[in-house]
Ligand binder design. Structure first.
Ligand SMILES: CC(C)(COP(=O)(O)OP(=O)(O)OC[C@H]1O[C@@H](n2cnc3c(N)ncnc32)[C@H](O)[C@@H]1OP(=O)(O)O)[C@@H](O)C(=O)NCCC(=O)NCCS
Length: 167
């Protein structure tokens, strides 16, 4: 599926995806519009037959690419769309940034597994990071390493059944 830069006229579809995926935590139209003003903001959409099926926003700050938001149309989850968009982003920022960093809710196993499958490692847990008190895992991928991040994973987090436990 083709991936291209997000344009202001894509916002209606993008906002719909954001709302169905993030509910009350979805970005507002203003928040998306602001992204177009920032020189460090990179925005992408993935399309199928002219319809947007996924989007991502990445900030590149100095030598770090930071994933600000990624979402796939809910009815299309589990078909590899998120992974191929994320793989595209990793490829896109290789040579432009040294590290790829992201925050993810501790309970978001689908997203965590996706990031791990691309070589991201959990490097840190931010306790109570989200407004509802849930923690965030900070995950990182070294974009300069041929085979992913060879850095030390801080703490030993493991996928055990439905929850992630700290060893
Ligand atoms: C997280 C999200 C982007 C993943 O997109 P997706 O298209 O559903 O993911 P994919 O189909 O590409 O799956 C990628 C990996 O996720 C994992 N995964 C897929 N379905 C899963 C499920 N039901 N349970 C747990 N993990 C699952 C697998 O590891 C899979 O890799 P594999 O196919 O090699 O095994 C999507 O579910 C989404 O938009 N969620 C809501 C928004 C969100 O949480 N964004 C991330 C915020 S950090």
């Amino acid at each position: 599926m083709p991936i291209r830069d997000m344009k202001p006229h894509d916002l209606e579809e993008v906002i719909n995806i954001s709302q169905e995926c993030f509910g009350k935590d979805a970005w507002s139209r203003k928040a998306f519009e602001r992204e177009f003003q920032h020189p460090y903001s990179y925005r992408f959409v993935m399309e199928e037959e002219g319809k947007i099926v996924a989007y991502a926003v990445v900030w590149k700050i100095y030598d770090e690419a930071v994933l600000m938001s990624i979402a796939v149309k809910k009815e299309l989850w589990g078909k590899g769309i998120g992974k191929s968009l994320m793989a595209f982003l990793v490829d896109h920022f290789k040579g432009k940034a040294k590290k790829f960093i992201l925050d993810v809710r501790r309970s978001n196993l689908r997203a965590i597994r996706l990031y791990q499958s691309l070589g991201f490692k959990i490097i840190y847990e931010r306790q109570g990071y989200y407004s509802d008190g849930e923690s965030a895992f900070v995950m990182s991928l070294d974009l300069e390493e041929e085979n992913g991040d060879k850095g030390q994973e801080v703490g030993a987090f493991d996928l055990r059944g439905k929850t992630l436990t700290k060893n």
